[in-house]
Design a protein around this ligand. Structure first.
Ligand SMILES: Cc1cc2nc3c(=O)[nH]c(=O)nc-3n(C[C@H](O)[C@H](O)[C@H](O)COP(=O)(O)OP(=O)(O)OC[C@H]3O[C@@H](n4cnc5c(N)ncnc54)[C@H](O)[C@@H]3O)c2cc1C
Length: 196
């Protein structure tokens, strides 16, 4: 924000479903985000060169597997998702836990000379990694996309309906609202390979 160098800085952030060619002026971007900005005049006063605009990409069509032969991919490389459930990094951490589990103790840390060579049966069971992670990350990514659609509404009527529904559900059935998070929060790490 322009102003005295000692003034506190302010920032507004929002994400919206929009084509990658979305305009980068602050008012035009603010119009794509379905929230009431506290001070619309403030938004209008921001010069275009002060606006940070980063496109967010996600993998819409799931990959068929998260491994091939001796190579496994975790995190966004495997299942980049929209940010509206705040789950991308959480899922990456779960990937790491499962990978560590299938690798087990004693798995050589050094890569083989040809990482794409067929596994000879002695390496980690990466098919088990894909089997454990692909369905769960798809479930989370789909839920995140639904949340993105919900938060990206632009019709005032739809926004009012959504906000009223969420407010009512929060008051009338808070435990039901919390249970929506069960599939995310109830994940249990696998036992380490070799553990009895
Ligand atoms: C707006 C927004 C909000 C989010 N909020 C949340 C949240 O609240 N909770 C949550 O869990 N997740 C959230 N996420 C998602 C989270 O940021 C990502 O899912 C997470 O960072 C993915 O981690 P990663 O290690 O797989 O990939 P990255 O974080 O993308 O890390 C990959 C790294 O590899 C580097 N790299 C790429 N190519 C090469 C190369 N050839 N050589 C060397 N290095 C390379 C990159 O520079 C990068 O540092 C959010 C995402 C966005 C966009």
């Amino acid at each position: 924000m322009p102003g005295h160098p000692c003034s506190t800085s302010r920032h507004c952030a929002g994400t919206a479903l929009a084509p990658c060619t979305a305009p980068s002026s602050a008012p035009a971007m603010a119009a794509t985000v379905s929230v009431s900005w506290p001070d619309p005049g403030l938004i209008g006063a921001i010069s275009p060169d002060r606006v940070l605009h980063d496109d967010v990409y996600w993998i819409a069509e799931p990959l068929p597997a998260y491994h091939r032969r001796r190579v496994a991919i975790p995190g966004d490389a495997a299942h980049a998702m929209t940010p509206h459930l705040g789950q991308g990094a959480c899922q990456a951490i779960e990937d790491a836990v499962v990978l560590a589990s299938v690798a087990g103790p004693g798995t050589p840390a050094t890569a083989p000379a040809d990482a794409t060579a067929p596994a000879n049966g002695a390496g980690p069971d990466l098919a088990a990694y894909t089997a454990a992670r692909l369905p769960r990350t798809r479930m989370v990514a789909n839920g995140s996309y639904r949340a993105t659609r919900l938060s990206g509404m632009t019709s005032p009527a739809a926004i009012a309906l959504r906000n009223t529904g969420i407010r009512l559900a929060g008051r009338l059935a808070p435990s039901l609202m919390l249970r929506q998070m069960d599939p995310l929060a109830s994940w249990t790490p696998p036992a380490p390979a070799g553990a009895s």
